[in-house]
Ligand binder design. Sequence first.
Ligand code: OFO
Length: 172
Amino acid sequence: MLSEKMQDALNGQLNKEMYSAYLYLAMSAYSTYIGLKGFANWFMVQYQEEMMHAMKIYDYINDQGGQVKLMAIEQPLTEFESPMDMFEKTLEHEKFITKSINELVDLAIAEKDHATNIFLQWFVTEQIEEESNDKDIIARLKLIGKDGNGLLMLDKELAARVFTPPATAEGI
Ligand code: OFO
């Protein structure tokens, strides 16, 4: 059973996850446009992950007898300055998502909603990995600098990323 406040907050997070998916799909499209197919693949996998995050929340609200309320998804950027610009914006966005998840946990604790608190722990852990992956790639892009060969090597590596669907519908 979800309180109305918790339900609204989870619907808000569902919308943020859908926006995350949309943002990374925009980055995937831009990467393809500038000829970086490996980056395009990395962001496409990220898009799939974000859709999975959104659907985890969608399923959870339903499982708790709440009401899913879909809202308008903000338009993402369509132009980026460089691969570094995309990853800096990705990290910045993930920090915003981490803050949002932390606020949801605070609310679940304040409301003594143990089920939602436990549900959110998956996202708390996931955010550590998301931010760490982005920091890693930013560090490598810094090392690469203006070296085109280095960029192409990283592009080749990012082409290998695959989306692993969760083992259960809820992904737990
Ligand atoms: Fe990128 O973790 Fe969801 O939003």
